[in-house]
Write a protein that binds this ligand. Structure first.
Ligand SMILES: C[S@@+](CC[C@H](N)C(=O)[O-])C[C@H]1O[C@@H](n2cnc3c(N)ncnc32)[C@H](O)[C@@H]1O
Ligand code: SF4
Length: 436
């Protein structure tokens, strides 16, 4: 790393100081906080930074390597703490799945063939970093696709979270309920009770199951889910049922089945109602063939539950199977905040303050951006209906247009934008015709 003339405090330094985590961060990286604390505090108070020559070369290199000092002035105060509210990180290990639910938002992203899994060492490094940056106060969620499958690193990650005292949650479609033997990762279990025991042993905070319209499609699956819920009750393993607009009859049946299996009302269950967002298979089902109306997109985005704040003041960060980092659950495969396989989370935090998607959503003036990058291709898209679907699409376009223009050093041309839109329309199943 070449030494700059002047150096400045970074958003990571501000973030750690704000969250009272700086000393722990320095110590974890082998630096004595007492030795650098005063210098860092002084620098934070100096808006024009300091001369690099004020630092010893090794100290400067170490602090730059930890992303605490940088060669560019920090962004404005309002953009300085992009992740200060983040309380949990969602790790998506794969979009592969042994099912194909009729509402699944990952429908257009699901690879065929056996699942490929990110390396355990990368995931453990990301988890460690997220913890040191204070991004896992509420915890870490480990999900897919379906991750309770051979080859999956889910059990190692749960152990890694437990070792650091990070609360964990993990999702499964419960295909393994009532079956045996079962292989998860490289671990072999004689039956489903042994799987729940392994989760308990790794201190899993909550096992998340799903209640939605999938049981009309997979009627046998409901008994498997009830079986896993029953095992959780017996093992006193907390579990959660994510209820995404299930049909009434299935919801009633599930409740009856669970009460009958337990002989009493559930004691370790938490119910989380969610909306179905028209992305993926849910978009295909929608049946509405109206094309996207660019004039309505900005209003739709503002109508989303987060009202745009999820993009510039997020509470959650999501990491896609390829390492892409984003802040919206409903934008699977997107990575507008960068890639954790290529850069440290701290480096991505530093870059987030000036990220074009973060800035676009913070300003909230989508019209000009939509007119340039979406309106000419509106015929490729159906109406996204839901505020989250519209937000996810616009964020994805903004992130990719920026990436394209940054790497080429010029404005994206018509052909490039058309390719990009055809890909998004296919991946989110927003396309109006099969040509997408
Ligand atoms: C993608 S799944 C992955 C975990 C696991 N395979 C499962 O089905 O529970 C995670 C959650 O997202 C929900 N989900 C899928 N498609 C959705 C959509 N279009 N809108 C809202 N939630 C959706 C699922 O119902 C499930 O509860
Ligand atoms: S909702 Fe879950 S189980 Fe269903 S297809 Fe999607 S990832 Fe698989």
């Amino acid at each position: 790393m070449t030494a700059p003339d002047r150096i400045y405090p970074t958003p990571v330094l501000w973030h750690l100081r704000q969250r009272h985590l700086l000393d722990a961060y320095l110590s974890a990286h082998g630096i004595d906080p007492a030795q650098v604390g005063a210098t860092l505090a002084q620098l934070q108070a100096a808006p024009d930074g300091a001369a690099a020559t004020d630092f010893c070369a090794q100290e400067l290199a170490d602090l730059q390597g930890l992303q605490l000092l940088g060669a560019v002035p920090p962004p404005s105060r309002s953009a300085l703490l992009p992740f200060v509210f983040v309380k949990a990180v969602n790790l998506e290990l794969t979009y592969s799945c042994n099912l194909a639910c009729s509402h699944c938002l990952q429908d257009g992203l699901r690879p065929s063939g056996p699942a490929l899994w990110p390396s355990i060492s990368t995931l453990e490094r990301v988890l460690e970093e997220a913890w040191l940056l204070g991004l896992t106060r509420t915890g870490v969620n480990i999900t897919g696709g379906e991750i309770f499958l051979a080859g999956s690193p889910v059990l190692e990650l749960l152990a890694a979270a437990a070792a650091r005292g990070i609360p964990s949650r993990s999702n499964t479609n419960a295909w393994w309920g009532g079956r045996g033997p079962i292989t998860i990762g490289a671990h072999h279990f004689s039956d489903d009770a042994a799987v729940v025991a392994a989760l308990r042993q790794r201190n899993l905070g909550r096992l998340a199951l799903s209640l939605d319209r999938r049981y009309l499609q997979y009627p046998d699956l409901l008994d498997r889910v009830i079986r896993v819920a029953t095992l959780c009750e017996r093992a006193q393993q907390p579990y959660e049922v994510v209820a995404t607009e299930p049909d009434e009859a299935t919801a009633r049946l599930a409740e009856q089945k669970l009460n009958a299996a337990l002989g009493h009302a559930p004691r370790h269950l938490r119910l989380t109602p969610m909306e179905t967002v028209d992305i993926g298979a849910a978009a295909v089902q929608d049946g509405d063939s109206r094309t996207l109306d660019p004039a309505g997109i900005a209003d739709l985005i503002h109508s989303s539950p987060c009202a745009t704040s999820g993009f510039y003041r997020p509470y959650y960060l999501h990491i896609a199977p390829d390492g892409g980092l984003r802040s919206c659950l409903y934008a699977p495969a997107a990575g507008w905040l960068g890639n954790v396989q290529q850069q440290s989370l701290a480096a991505l935090l530093n870059a987030a303050a000036c990220n074009p998607v973060v800035q676009l959503f913070a300003r909230g003036d989508f019209e000009a951006f939509i007119a340039r990058t979406l309106t000419p291709w509106r015929h490729l898209y159906r109406d996204p209906h839901h505020g989250c679907a519209a937000s996810a699409l616009v964020a994805r376009i903004a992130g990719e247009v920026e990436r394209l223009e940054c790497s080429s050093g010029r404005e994206a041309n018509e052909r490039e934008l058309e390719q990009l839109h055809r890909r998004f329309a296919a991946e989110y199943r927003f396309g109006v015709s099969s040509s997408c």
